[in-house]
Design a protein around this ligand. Structure first.
Ligand code: DQA
Length: 144
């Protein structure tokens, strides 16, 4: 079982950006957390980060026949990237969307979730733990 975790625009600014919203932990902390959970759950995974929509699209396209599932936090692209949605639909891999914060209880413009239309599950508002839940749920889905 091999998963790809994709983190999109501005997630590299964790620990610096809006600490009252996203907390003090850094992007490296997040990656270490994800790797720790992956080893606990005995899952092989790669983590990819980009601020660029086209790079995320390419990474998704190149996941075809390489990964068994995708866990994606697109950052703000979640709210408007039809290109990322189309890429996810193209490769048609089981996908889970994660948001650190509860986007349904923030600004109205965050309530629209475009990319999650290609996902069988969307997890939000659970901070780093959301990635743990995603890894476990993805394992369950693939084991079905
Ligand atoms: C986010 C939520 C998005 O609305 C925001 O643009 C982000 C982070 C989250 O993880 O809570 O950059 O995806």
């Amino acid at each position: 079982m091999k998963f790809l975790v994709i983190n999109g625009v501005n997630l590299n600014m964790l620990g610096i950006r809006e600490k009252d919203v996203y907390g003090n932990r850094s992007y490296d902390d997040l990656c270490n957390y994800i790797k720790e959970i992956a080893s606990e759950e005995k899952v092989d995974l790669d983590i990819f980060f980009s601020n660029f929509e086209g790079e995320i699209v390419e990474k998704i396209q190149n996941s075809y026949a390489v990964y068994d599932g995708i866990i994606i936090n697109p950052g703000a692209y979640a709210h408007y990237s039809i290109a990322i949605l189309d890429a996810l639909r193209s490769v048609n891999l089981p996908t889970i969307e994660v948001h650190l914060t509860d986007v349904m209880n923030r600004e109205n413009y965050r309530r629209v979730l475009i990319t999650s239309e290609a996902c069988f599950l969307t997890i939000m508002g659970k901070g780093f733990e959301g990635y743990k839940e995603a890894i476990i749920k993805m394992k369950q889905k693939l084991g079905e």
